[in-house]
Design a binder for this molecule. Sequence first.
Ligand SMILES: [Zn+2]
Length: 164
Amino acid sequence: MNMPEYKGKCPNCGREAITGYEPRQWYYGSPVKRCKKCGFTYLDKRYHEIETDGYEPDALSVRRSGLAVLLGLGSLVIGTIFVFGEIYLSGRYHTAMVAIAVIGIIIAVWGVIDIIRIKTGLKQKKLEKLQKESEKRLLDRNYALLLAEQGYNVPERYLGETVK
Ligand SMILES: [Zn+2]
């Protein structure tokens, strides 16, 4: 039996809701969630068990963070040029352009921090810790069977009778 899926609100009561639900977001943890309002159990596919789904694609690649740095710096440069250009031409400026520059700085800084975490192995360590937690959850055979039933690629060792 397929469990109903969370798509921004509880599929049963609709009360446990978030705005800006983004299905492509990737969190680590159990996808099986319980609604805090009505107690209904559902799948939130933004959550991934490392033991069944692995790491987020590109989790340890600096390509994505490098791209973020470039995009961030690009926004910063464009925003700054517009603000100073407008001040020069008309004495006024659009706050939206300031926002673009500021968001650019934030994205670039995030990218640099991510690259440092990958290069120093901090991110790998964090992922290994999360993997241990995932392993621990799956050692509960009922949970492993439930995930397998929902179509997750559960390794055989969690499903066999010998697991304790
Ligand atoms: Zn509910």
